[in-house]
Write a protein that binds this ligand. Sequence first.
Ligand SMILES: Cc1ncc(COP(=O)(O)O)c(C=O)c1O
Length: 434
Amino acid sequence: MSKYICKKPGKKSVDIIFRDRKVVSSSYNREYSFVFKKGKGMHLWDVDGRKYLDFAASVAVNSVGHANSEVIKAVKKQMKDGFHCAFPDFYAEIPVNFIENLLKFVPKHLNNVFLSNSGTESNECALKLAKWHTNKKWLIASDICFHGRSMGSLSMTNSKKVQRERFNPFLPVKHVPYPYFYRSKFEDEEDLSNHCLDAWEKSIKKLKKELAAVFLEPISGEGGYVVPPKSFVKGLRKACDKYDVLLVSDEIQAGCYRTGKFLAIENYNVKADIVSLSKAIGGGIPLGVTLANKKTMDWIPGSHSTTFGGNLLACVSGMATLNYMRKHKLGDNALKIGNYMMKRLNEMKDQYDVIGDVRGKGLMIGVEIVEDKRSKNYGIKERHSILCKASEKGLVLLGCGNNVIRMCPPLIINKKQADYGLDLFEDAVKDIPK
Ligand SMILES: Cc1ncc(COP(=O)(O)O)c(C=O)c1O
């Protein structure tokens, strides 16, 4: 067992972890020893029969809850008529139905869609589209961004050293600072916003003749669940307009009502030229979506495609997921429960020296763990301890950034479940070895 495995799990879990170690790529980064058996709604069970409350939603994927019955019904019905139809080569109604439905959820200018299978692919599509449309090569992205791990999106990804090490050469990308208030030298968030905007605008101006697009996570995900000031996102849009540059909003983690609005960038009253979605949109079946205006999506047949784009099971699952989200007003619930959780977490922040910062929007909440509030030293051991203790107590959490715990439960969570999970979290904080 490596140092990353928490207190010894049950026998079946241990057996599977050992088998996994022999045959599975060592590049996956498992933080603790939860071994999945099944999921339903807000809950997960491990192979030893232990029940957990899920505050991670398989990394913001299972927003409509695990094994959602309406998604199951839609997928089962479609399975009888076929799983896949080579949509990039032939025509089919199901992917068109899905796209037409999706367009009702997004701002009107986004009226053309490319379908793929994952987050990284939807960003590959976004960046290739920007390059095609502008016939330019450079990209700008933030210093803590995560846009995926295939070579195009990885050229931007910069949230951890290990993600890039040995993988160069990369596409030409200029990284500029994301407004990360808690870790900045500024006392006023607006000063930080202006400082960062200045850096982004200078880079846009300098590169404009060769710049294909600016990529932005409207809330940074893997980089630490950092929420930029409204003035920053608005200012960035202005700078892109001033220099006639495309703005791409990577909504792969923050999109699909996680922050209350369907697109996270809508929280800033800003429109992106290209939007990438994945994770929650497929309801648990791999699905990537890239949206733009038809005038931007002006590439020619053969310039971009993928075998599984428009996969029938993914499309019916996506359709059922969207309908469920709308019917059950999951955006409203994300805001209501998210605000409540933030309030309780802020109370904990006042009480525990290891909780340095609490931030987020809706049900995308980051809790930054430090050695102590004064030093703000990264609480790496402390975070690991909280993740392990919480899982031992029956709460599934995930980390992000160097020392942040992310809380991104399914959007169906109710107040009682939120309270129960936060009680377990607080117990895990109290249990950090002194
Ligand atoms: C904002 C963002 N973009 C892109 C990706 C990459 O998605 P995938 O892992 O499906 O390729 C992720 C995954 O965590 C993400 O959070």
